[in-house]
Design a protein around this ligand. Structure first.
Ligand SMILES: Nc1nc2c(c(=O)[nH]1)N[C@H]1C(S)=C(S)[C@@H](COP(=O)(O)OP(=O)(O)OC[C@H]3O[C@@H](n4cnc5c(N)ncnc54)[C@H](O)[C@@H]3O)O[C@H]1N2
Ligand code: MOO
Length: 469
């Protein structure tokens, strides 16, 4: 033991639902109940109970948190990539399936960078009568030495011209029909030469780049009408629980469904296609039917992952012949989360299922631990660059498990938020992300890994449908 972790002597056992700000962090999300849940858990060799072995030697059935994330991503990346051609106005938020290579030179002709005068040779110059050279027109006739013509930004440079003089740097003598420069004129000034930004065929962006608004602009400038992108993974969300209301106030032991309204939009913000969110109650038959007939790439269930009388996820997966790849993760909250593989069956290809625990913050933990890396892999998106930041306060840890704690960025530090209990969304709703607290906890100033939320950086799917007219 390193002396940092939360000691589990808080015998009231009441803290598993989180701590209001007035209470000590000591009693935050974990407690006696969870410590007891570890007691009696066998080592992977079927040896002594895990809790008796101590943190350095303990082996859980639970997959370590970093391994669970890495495995989920590997599984996603192992799927054969599917690609499609998408018109530019529907490509926002997609991922490029091939490098973006310029289809033309940019600029595609020598062009004026300023409004002013195009001149040939040294001045003063004779102003040519007969209008200006404007953007959007074909090539003008060659400019004789000593001549000047008005030119607009973006207009083609006529052959033989040598420089552009900005209007504010030039003076005309109307009587003499002459143009004088008020500053030294350098050959080529304010002319953007053809190919300055790229030559046709140059790689502008690598494959796997996210199509952002800027990428759409670049692709259009470089001549694209459509893009080859990775097909978005399709996800079906199954919300389990007879106790859930879809409207009104909680009453008579019934509570509002907090996951139906949250999980679909969260997935959407990750750039995937949510085919449906269905509420199935605690009906094992309905769950079996849904799981065995869904053609989504990923089925995501909420609730029913534990071992209660109506927790149907494990029995249904067994009945469906699913292979459990991850069966609980060493993370708090969210440890009952699971990942399973459903074999191909008839017309249905092999698919995956992620079971999110029912407690709402535990479900968020499952989303970020298993669903997000898996979907990132399936979507061909690169992993975000991992980053760490110092934590402002001491954060108690779990003795063996990783903790995910909602935080806000304040003056280069992560400030952990209260209301981080497994059943609470009050912290995460105000958060910039989740701080990854290693087993044993962290001291003030320790650098913690940070998980961003999709909307704390720009996200494609907050722009509904990503279309423009
Ligand atoms: N004997 C044990 N019991 C429990 C354990 C354990 O290790 N041993 N783990 C606890 C933990 S941790 C969690 S998390 C939950 C996971 O349970 P389930 O995935 O089976 O979820 P449910 O029992 O269906 O629900 C748990 C909790 O969450 C509420 N819930 C469910 N769905 C929603 C929803 N859509 N919106 C809002 N709230 C929801 C539900 O009413 C329960 O209060 O198991 C513990 N038990
Ligand atoms: O408390 Mo559980 O850890 O919500 O997953």
């Amino acid at each position: 033991m390193n002396g940092r972790h939360h000691d589990f002597d808080a015998a009231d056992g009441s803290d598993v639902t989180g701590t209001p700000p007035s209470r000590s962090d000591k009693a935050e999300s974990d407690g006696v109940e969870e410590a007891l849940a570890l007691v009696g858990r066998k080592t992977s060799q079927g040896g002594a109970p895990a809790a008796a072995a101590g943190p350095s030697t303990v082996r859980h059935r639970a997959t370590p948190w970093p391994d669970a994330r890495a495995l989920a991503e590997r599984i996603g990346r192992a799927a054969p990539p599917r690609t499609q051609r998408v018109p530019l106005d529907q490509a926002l938020g997609h991922v490029l399936a091939e490098p973006l290579a310029a289809l033309c030179d940019l600029p595609s002709f020598d062009t004026s960078a300023m409004d002013g005068w195009i001149v040939a040779g040294p001045g003063p110059w004779t102003v040519q009568v007969g209008g200006s050279i404007l953007a959007g027109h074909g090539e003008a006739s060659p400019l004789p030495d000593g001549a000047a013509v008005r030119i607009a930004t973006g207009a083609r440079i006529p052959p033989e011209a040598t420089a552009v003089i900005r209007s504010e740097h030039a003076r005309t003598d109307a009587d003499k029909g002459q143009l004088y420069a008020e500053r030294e004129v350098v050959t080529g000034q304010d002319i953007r030469p053809r190919g300055q930004e790229c030559r046709s065929g140059d790689q502008l962006l690598p494959a796997a780049s996210l199509v952002t608004p800027a990428v759409l602009g670049l692709a259009a400038a470089a001549g694209y009408d459509e893009l080859l992108t990775v097909v978005r993974p399709r996800v079906e969300v199954l919300v389990l629980g007879d106790e859930l209301l879809t409207a009104g106030l909680p009453h008579d032991g019934l509570i509002r469904d907090a996951l139906g309204p949250m999980v679909g939009p969260w997935l959407h913000a990750l750039g995937v296609h949510v085919v449906a969110t269905r509420r199935l109650g605690d009906d094992a038959e309905a769950l079996y039917r849904a799981v065995t007939t869904s053609d989504a790439d990923l089925i995501l269930t909420t609730g029913g992952t534990a071992a209660g009388p109506v927790d149907h996820v494990h029995p249904v997966l067994r009945k469906a012949g699913a292979e459990l790849l991850v069966d609980s993760v060493a993370v708090r909250p969210g440890h009952p989360m699971l990942l399973a593989r459903l074999a191909a069956d008839g017309d249905l290809p092999a698919r995956h299922l992620v079971g999110l625990p029912g407690n709402p913050l535990a479900a968020v933990s499952g989303l970020l631990t298993l669903a997000e890396p898996l979907l990132r892999g399936l979507a061909g998106r690169p992993a975000p660059l991992p980053y760490r930041a110092p934590v402002h306060d001491e954060v108690h840890g779990h003795p063996y498990d990783t903790r995910l704690v909602p935080f806000v960025h304040r003056a280069d530090h992560l400030v952990p938020l209260h209301y981080n209990g497994p059943a609470m969304l009050r912290g995460i709703a105000a958060a910039d992300g989740l701080a990854v607290v290693p087993p044993g906890g962290a001291q003030a100033g320790d650098e913690l890994e940070v998980l961003d939320l999709p909307w704390t950086s720009w996200t494609p799917s907050l722009v509904e449908g990503g279309r423009f007219t």
